[in-house]
Design a binder for this molecule. Structure first.
Ligand code: AR6
Length: 187
């Protein structure tokens, strides 16, 4: 399955590029420096232009001089992207699962949605946080991502119209589809 209806909110899976999503907010799988990188982060800064980096620099100076801790989230302009806002979060680096990686991953999704809600944003697109450069096995990450988003949406009835997961590869998309099926059956 590729959608799950949660009250008035649609949880949707799509295969594609996060920088092309026409939603109010896209989430960036950033690192603590907020100064850019590869993967999703590189694509967002490349296509969104320098205004995003300027806003990140300001956040570093004013709020997080030591960097954004893993699991936390901040919001900036989306510059030239179709989206209006970028929510930057930092996922855990996978070191085998014994260092709180699952809790930190859930916190990254939870705090991103909390920030979106605080700003009245009703459509949000997530990438698969931590499953690229940060090495979190996607078969473990997908159920955590989906369950956390489902729980947060349920806790805020009517707040979101759509929460979308944008999976880059067909294999990642299929992994999330399977995980969504399992979640829907367990509900
Ligand atoms: N749209 C959607 N998904 C994408 C895109 C895209 N344009 N590009 C890659 N992915 P990653 P992480 C997928 O590495 O694991 C950066 O250097 C990718 O295939 O972007 O949280 C940051 O600066 C993978 O499935 O994020 C950090 O240093 C998923 O997005 C570090 O990487 C996440 O891969 C963060 O690593």
């Amino acid at each position: 399955m590729d959608t799950l209806q949660i009250g008035n909110t649609t949880l949707r899976l799509v295969q594609g590029d996060i920088t092309e999503q026409d939603v109010e907010a896209v989430v960036n799988a950033a690192n603590s420096s907020l100064m850019g990188g590869g993967g999703v982060d590189g694509a967002i800064h490349r296509r969104g232009g320098p205004r995003i980096l300027a806003a990140c620099r300001q956040i570093r100076t004013e709020q997080y001089p030591d960097g954004l801790p893993a699991g936390e989230a901040v919001i900036t302009t989306a510059g030239e992207l179709p989206a209006r806002w970028v929510i930057h979060t930092v996922g855990p680096i996978w070191t085998g699962g014994g260092n709180g990686e699952e809790k930190i991953l859930a916190a990254a999704y939870r705090n991103s949605l909390a920030l979106a809600h605080q700003h009245g944003l009703r459509t949000v697109a997530f990438p698969s946080i931590s499953t690229g450069a940060y090495g979190f096995p996607i078969t473990l990450a997908a159920p955590i991502a989906l369950r956390t988003v489902r729980d947060e949406v349920q806790a805020r009835p009517g707040a979101f119209a759509e929460v979308r997961f944008v999976l880059f590869s067909e294999a990642d998309y299929e992994t999330y589809r399977t995980a969504l099926e399992v979640l829907a059956k367990a509900a």
